[in-house]
Write a protein that binds this ligand. Structure first.
Ligand code: KG4
Ligand code: ZN
Length: 374
């Protein structure tokens, strides 16, 4: 259920984000003209807490959110110079994500909303990513979104607030997840993406052959498990007989993997752009941590210009997980008259899965973990 009347004038929201391993709180203003002003944007990255394990440990993440969130919210409110009475909205991520963390953020949002009599808006984390490009440069609808993070790899036609059509998704690993697993296999740190990029810059991408997945499949879905497995097979062959991987081996494997990942992302996105061009958009937005990768960005840039699209990449701070985009998504809903009514907002529960598109189609490709990252 939604409140139908959109309020006029400036709107102010507190955003809360706890769906993965960043604990974040931000205060954002939406001016009456539709532009955004980030008044504060606090992030505590839990990377160190998880580094030892080579990946995000859900239980540790939930506890760290619990420890840090209250302080971050206080800091964000103070930095913004906002009082609780100023808030038009408290927007909290309600999914998809690691359930323990999402519960911490949503319960905190509900409690603050009740205590301070500020309306609550549960936010879909994917919607927050999808609308983040409109914070920095007011990107008009419609646009094509490539969301590439550690948890998601999706192509989405963003037609308006609350109007999303999923064109493609990964059928196995998310792109960032494949970078992280490849890094772990090669003994590099976590998160693996930045380290793989650094090593790839010194490597030869032609020494090892990597698969180019789904070449014969129509549609815009992705697959990264084949190239991840190819790295493992090559590494196992190199280390037969107890030999250790040399620095050059690691660099070359990273270069081969990154090139294959970039080619695949660009090829599938090009297909989506071809299907989308009739809709008069010409805009490709990239979001998610993997969009930080310069080689991937360059490949997407080239593919976009070939298809007559403009590549729009929000500033990196807005590309990766943050609370400003959560506050903004809540504000966009409120301004569009699509905010939840109080009953629905308080009844919302934390969700591990929450697809943006209400009727996503599923495809069959044989084996693979379909759905988990979808
Ligand atoms: O969007 P994000 O901060 O968090 C979510 O996963 O939601 O993305 C983090 C992911 C990690 O998998 C990380 O390894 C990847 O983005 N990443 C990169 C790079 N920087 C971050 N992957 C490739 N190249 C990079 N430079
Ligand atoms: Zn995210």
């Amino acid at each position: 259920m939604t409140i139908g009347n959109a309020p006029a004038g400036d709107l102010l929201a507190l955003g809360i984000e706890t769906s993965c391993d960043e604990t974040a709180a931000a205060v954002v203003r939406r001016r009456a003209d539709g532009s955004a002003e980030i008044l504060s944007d606090r992030i505590f990255s839990q990377t160190d807490a998880h580094a030892l394990y080579g990946g995000v440990v859900p239980e540790i993440a939930a506890r760290a959110h619990l420890d840090r969130l209250d302080g971050l919210i206080e800091d964000a409110m103070a930095e913004a110079g906002a009082s609780w009475a100023d808030l038009d909205l408290i927007a909290a991520t309600a999914g998809p994500g690691l359930i323990g963390g999402v519960m911490v953020g949503l319960a905190t949002g509900k409690a603050l909303s009740l205590v301070h009599a500020a309306p609550l808006q549960p936010v879909n984390h994917l919607e927050a990513h999808a609308l983040s490009a409109r914070i920095a440069d007011e990107t008009p609808f419609p646009y094509l979104l490539l969301l590439v993070s550690g948890g998601h790899t999706q192509l989405i036609a963003v037609e308006g607030v609350g109007r999303y059509r999923r064109l493609g998704t990964t059928i196995d690993d998310a792109a960032g997840e494949a970078f992280d697993k490849t890094a772990k296999l090669l003994g590099l740190g976590h998160p693996g993406g930045p380290e793989v990029e650094r090593r790839a810059a010194a490597g030869d991408p032609r020494r090892f052959e990597m698969p180019r997945p789904l070449l014969k499949h129509a549609g815009c879905d992705f697959s990264f498990s084949g190239m991840k497995t190819a790295v493992r097979v090559c590494a196992e062959a190199l280390t037969e007989g107890g030999r250790r991987l040399s620095e050059t081996d690691v660099n070359d494997l990273c270069a081969a993997f990154q090139t294959a990942a970039a080619d695949h992302l660009a090829a599938r996105t090009a297909r989506a752009m071809r299907g989308f061009s009739g809709e008069g958009a010409g805009r490709l937005v990239v979001a998610g941590g993997v969009a930080a990768n310069k080689a991937i960005r360059a490949r997407l840039e080239a593919a976009a210009s070939e298809e007559g699209f403009r590549l729009i990449a929000p500033p990196l701070r807005l590309c990766t997980d943050n609370a400003a985009m959560v506050a903004w998504a809540g504000l966009e809903r409120l301004a569009a008259g699509l905010a939840d009514d109080p009953e629905a907002a308080y009844a919302a529960s934390a969700r591990a899965r929450w697809p943006l598109d209400p009727t996503p189609r599923t495809r069959a490709y044989g084996s693979g973990r379909k759905g988990a990252k979808a």
